[in-house]
Design a protein around this ligand. Sequence first.
Ligand code: IMP
Ligand code: MG
Length: 191
Amino acid sequence: MSVVNSKEHHIPPFAQDKLGKLVIDENTLAQKIKDLGQEITQDYLGRKILLVGVLKGAAYFMSDISREIKLPLQMDYMAVSSYGTATKSSGVVRIVKDLDLDLSDKHVLIIEDIVDSGLTLSYLQKYLHAKHPLSVETCCLFLKTGNQKVDLDIKYIGFEIGQEFVVGYGLDYNEIYRNLNSLYQLNQDQM
Ligand code: IMP
Ligand code: MG
């Protein structure tokens, strides 16, 4: 991990004194997403694939990885809100926006930004399985190593990261910082 250099990493002024360490820079993110897209393209060749993006955190990831999967595919979105504080989810999940498309003849691939306790993803996997698609798999960009409170089956994982709270590339703190190109820790005194 390197220290944030605001000139090199083009941190917009509003965020410059709010961020801690740079965790993953935008080029490393882009390369990993290319690799994941290639792997998914090979695995899903000849199958009807439906990407289910989890709003709002996975919005950029969904947008980028869908263009690295070189197959005909459908995209849909769910929004869930999990009761908890700004930095900890409680595991009690409420569906704010449900799917629009029918799943019955599809291979579903959940596109998720980050897995922390795993409670949100575990809920979503069960919810989608219950609609009886042909299969349900998960692709998450960031996994907080060792924080999971439930056993999870995640087929594609971008990066395993530490337990610190992170923002950028879709991830927020109180709805701010999603529009940063790279992933950063947040300064402790901001939380
Ligand atoms: P989980 O249910 O504990 O796995 O939490 C998953 C959700 O909490 C993610 O989809 C994010 O929306 C949010 N989350 C967890 N960790 C972070 C973080 O470090 N930064 C921003 N959001 C996070
Ligand atoms: Mg999320």
